[in-house]
Design a binder for this molecule. Structure first.
Ligand code: NAG
Ligand code: NAG
Length: 159
């Protein structure tokens, strides 16, 4: 029996997507390792509850965040020229309603608005869309990801 060409193509596409994802997302990090790498690079973490328990939605945890996500936000800070950035959401519970590249799985961070970051996203935006929950989103040149403005902060998928 012959394998239909479309099946081959789709298998190839899936493999390429898996390689790309693996390369970008990296490996899960501990909260301590992620925080110290971020602080070294001028990025701080804020939690409304002043805590890091990922099972409490009032905390900001980076337990299990992917190393590619951490590398990418450090690159974003560099490209944007911001002197500092503040992460307000990480891998803690209470964020996600989509099944795949979620906060809990280490792909997403919430980042506080700052003029330098907002200007950078505006200046380099390459496309816009509206997410199903109504928030406006942008892709930008330079740093891969989807940047959604949830009002009080950016919700960013690093993909
Ligand atoms: C957060 O916790 C740290 C360490 O326990 C403490 O020093 C700091 O004052 C706390 N901040 C707030 C806003 O509660
Ligand atoms: C989160 O904070 C709210 C408001 O302060 C509080 O009512 C709630 O009990 C907290 N939740 C947890 C799990 O600590």
């Amino acid at each position: 029996m012959q394998t239909p060409f479309s099946t081959v193509l789709s298998a190839v596409a899936t493999t390429i997507a898996m390689i790309a994802t693996a390369a970008r997302s990296g490996r899960p990090m501990s909260n301590g390792a992620a925080v110290s790498k971020l602080i070294t690079n001028g990025i701080t973490i804020s939690s409304s509850g002043n805590c890091t328990d990922r099972n409490n939605p009032n905390c900001t945890s980076l337990e299990g965040v992917l190393s590619g996500t951490i590398d990418t936000i450090i690159a974003l800070k560099g490209y944007s020229g911001c002197g500092s950035l503040v992460i307000t959401g990480g891998t803690e519970t209470g964020h996600d309603n989509c099944p795949d590249k979620t906060h809990w799985n280490g792909y997403k961070l919430d980042v506080r608005h700052a003029p330098c970051l907002d200007n950078y996203i505006c200046r380099t935006s390459t496309s816009t869309c509206v997410r199903s929950d109504g928030f406006p989103c942008w892709t930008i040149g330079g740093v891969d990801g989807l940047y959604c403005d949830e009002g009080s902060h950016w919700d960013i998928v690093f993909r």
